[in-house]
Design a protein around this ligand. Sequence first.
Ligand code: NAP
Length: 308
Amino acid sequence: MQLRVGFIGLGIMGRPMALNVLRAGFPLTVWNRSRPGVEALTAAGATAAPSPADVAARSDVVITMVTDAPDVEEVALGPEGIVRGARPGLTLIDMTTTSPDAARRLAAALAPHGVELLDAPVTGGDVGAREGTLTIMAGGDAALLERCRPVLAAMGRRIVHCGPTGAGQTVKLCNQIMVALTNLGVSEALALAAKAGVDPATMLEAVSGGAARSWTVEHLAPRVLRDDFQPGFKVDHQAKDLRHALEAARGLALPLPGTALVHELFTALQARGLGGEGTQALVKALEWLGDVWVPRGPWAEGAGEAPR
Ligand code: NAP
């Protein structure tokens, strides 16, 4: 029997992911807090529901892709939340990046309603969401993951069972540590090239075939040089993920010095009101610190000198 799917949270990631579920042939019911996300999906053939509870009532599997743990708790457990419309046997796949503890708390709160949880955060960015090539890191029951795999395969190419509930979020936080520290390395390299008088585009071209090759070099650094700070992935969200990584590590008495450093730099961006920009804005923190300007945009000139 074809699984009926519900999708809650139609932002930068959720909207293209839901479209891919629809294109794969699953009957889809959607809900989003604001209207534009919903219209993009109903125009493609999805049914709009008036509340998360109503999404649950019409679905076998509900996917959530909101911002953080309190948002998932609101749409899952709130007055109009998923549990209000769920039948026993419903599966909730939470693809939001939260924390291992939050996933375990949510699973415990859902259990009395007969709702089972997979924590299944993703990596691959806005590009992977559009192209259906995300990596999905799942925690929870392995047999449940197998039952849900056809739905996940509509959105992702690599689907990895990481362990019990919370393990998907742990692996996602590991991913975020690596992504953020790579971003810092790329941003520092852009600053050095600019201050030393080397064209940053030339520097990127030279290193991109070697050991420094990465998703960040391929997808984020070119956005800096195009003067494009629109979010694929928001500074606010990366700061949230690094906070979760630091809290998880603190609970294990594990120091993460690099993570703490880059978290402070993202906090500096937030302090200047740049939380809604894409994480490529990290280069701006390096510019402030080093009094340097990484040339970008069609008018780019004056490499190495900070604008006054
Ligand atoms: P986004 O564009 O800001 O979208 C967030 C979505 O969540 C919006 O649809 C928003 O509704 C909804 N939402 C937030 N709080 C809510 C609440 N309390 N109640 C109901 N709806 C709520 O963010 P995104 O980039 O898609 O990211 C979503 C999640 O994926 C985050 O956890 C992020 O860390 C993770 N992630 C993002 C990327 C990326 O590259 N963007 C990659 C991997 C993972 P409105 O439309 O009404 O605001």
